[in-house]
Ligand binder design. Structure first.
Ligand SMILES: Nc1ncnc2c1ncn2[C@@H]1O[C@H](COP(=O)(O)OP(=O)(O)OP(=O)(O)O)[C@@H](O)[C@H]1O
Ligand SMILES: [Mg+2]
Length: 262
């Protein structure tokens, strides 16, 4: 039968979705009195849509994003120090095409990771490859690979994606070896691929964090050469309910971070 033959041909050509959709698309075309070209376009569109969806799912899985966070779920009114327009501009992903970096600075709970993951989700939707890693996992992974002599292969994981996210810089102290590995990583992406970073520490504190002022300066010099620094100065979103109710009376963690360069 002609229909079955056509379905088989489509399948043989690797157009699986088009093959499956052919029957219903023909019916639709008949009902709508579509032209041949309209019918063909609609059939090819169903194949293209399916492929885009699958490729997006694959990229999302490979990205290892820890949570689902969207920019559209971010409440900008809660964080008046943030320039919503700047975030919208970043969401166009022009910075990725220009191999620029984005650095979110601020105390705990102000939305650094949320915004970073939100940008990553946007990048995935726009067809880009993304990889998310926390600073502690990154350093553990690189040190282990270095010890086992697999570092060369391991670099690729961090060099390949269009957009690399490194979350939570500043929560753990670096030793000399990890400081050097981090430096090498920053060098390897410098002017080649974008990085989005989040840190609770201002740049002046990075020397102490890396245990080496010269190394921190060299890292920051590269990172900040083409960078958008987003300094968030507000209160913790996590504590907002308790702060409002007067239940949170501990030390105030909502202190500003003070970058030395913006
Ligand atoms: N303005 C906001 N609107 C909506 N949700 C927010 C906002 N700010 C933060 N959140 C939510 O609050 C929680 C904490 O935010 P997030 O994890 O981004 O903080 P962070 O700045 O990365 O803090 P930390 O330095 O502790 O990692 C998350 O669940 C996040 O989705
Ligand atoms: Mg975070």
């Amino acid at each position: 039968m002609e229909l079955e033959r056509a379905q088989q041909q489509l399948e043989n050509l690797g157009l699986e979705k088009a093959s499956l959709a052919l029957d219903s698309q023909l019916e639709q075309a008949l009902k709508n009195q579509s032209t041949y070209v309209e019918f063909l376009n609609s059939l090819l569109q169903s194949e293209a849509d399916e492929r885009r969806k699958r490729s997006e799912e694959t990229r999302l899985k490979l990205s290892r994003l820890p949570q689902k966070k969207l920019l559209s779920d971010f409440n900008f009114e809660f964080q008046p120090s943030l320039d919503e327009r700047q975030i919208k501009e970043l969401a166009t992903m022009a910075f990725v095409h220009r191999q620029e970096n984005v650095i979110f600075l601020g105390p705990p709970g102000v939305g650094k990771s949320h915004l970073a993951i939100g940008l990553a989700s946007e990048a995935i939707q726009q067809g880009m490859s993304v990889y998310f890693v926390s600073m502690s996992r990154l350093l553990a992974d690189l040190s282990k690979a270095a010890k086992e002599g697999r570092l060369e292969r391991r670099w690729k994981i961090y060099q390949r994606p269009k957009l690399l996210l490194i979350d939570e810089i500043g929560y753990s102290q670096l030793d000399r070896v990890s400081g050097n590995l981090f430096f090498q990583l920053i060098c390897s992406r410098y002017e080649k691929g974008s990085i989005v970073l989040t840190s609770n520490k201002g740049f002046t504190e990075w020397g102490e964090l890396m245990g080496d002022q010269a190394l921190a300066t060299a890292i920051l010099d590269r990172l900040l050469h083409h960078a958008h620094v987003v300094n968030i100065r507000g209160g913790s979103y996590r504590l907002r309910a308790r702060t409002k109710a007067g239940l949170y009376a501990g030390p105030n963690p909502l202190t500003d971070v003070d970058p030395n360069r913006t």
